[in-house]
Design a protein around this ligand. Sequence first.
Ligand code: T3D
Length: 262
Amino acid sequence: MSYQHILYDSSAGIARLTLNRPDKLNAFTTAMHAEVRDALARARADGSRVLVITGAGRGFCAGQDLADRAVAPGERPVDLGESIEKNYAPLILALRGLPMPVIAAVNGVAAGAGANLALCCDLVIAARSASFIQSFSKIGLVPDSGGTWTLPRLIGNARALGLAMLGDKLSAGEAADWGLIWRAVDDAEFPAAVDALAARLAAAPTLALARTKAAIYGGWERTLAAQLEVERDAQRELGGSADYAEGVAAFVAKRPPRFAGR
Ligand code: T3D
């Protein structure tokens, strides 16, 4: 598939997906959703060990393209439930299910589903000038793309409800202080910080990170006893992995490990 609305490349184990409709702050259209789906399947298949998602231009993503939602008086509105079912929900689940770390490199404003796309990623790093807006209430919707699930888990009900009901802009710095994201970094340092984070994760034991991600997200649904079983099963599997053997050998030899990701 050739891409009109995103950019994708993968090298040295690092896949980079750039939402590329900068004039519209990278708002999602149906066509862009299809391209992102394709790119995520590529990242799974092409040997990538980390995925970085970012936006072209001054925004990260402004959520759904609202120009596609305007209706003339008397015209039937688009079935938003169908749009969620076909596009937004599969996107969030695909990102959560990717067996590698996913970095949201939030270069600018992230609004609506764009904010929740970022927040469903495993590590969110944002430029200090970036911001997060749950803009749904401004247009009469609920936070979607996992927002009502993710926000209270990350920051508690009080802050989740404040953000969701008021739709106010939260700066990257505040988001980091609240524990909503991993880090906010000064704009001048942002590209290098993203590259360093991606390179570090691309050299990490990918299979162990994939199991870590699945265990942590799945843990919200389990009892402690059930979670201990998940950890046991993961250690049983990982104990037979090439990366574990390498990690132990490197430790004993007092040298840096060279993980193959399996
Ligand atoms: O519909 C479904 O399928 C259900 C799922 C819904 C998921 C959702 O995401 S609903 C929420 C949709 N998003 C929004 O409500 C955010 C709308 N955008 C804004 O509130 C503002 O643009 C921002 C706060 C994000 C940024 O403001 P600012 O002042 O920095 O930029 P701007 O001037 O508003 O936007 C720049 C351009 O991008 C502008 O285009 P123009 O006038 O220069 O041609 C603006 O119209 C366009 N743009 C920004 N966001 C969207 C958009 N165009 C279409 N859809 C957008 N969401």
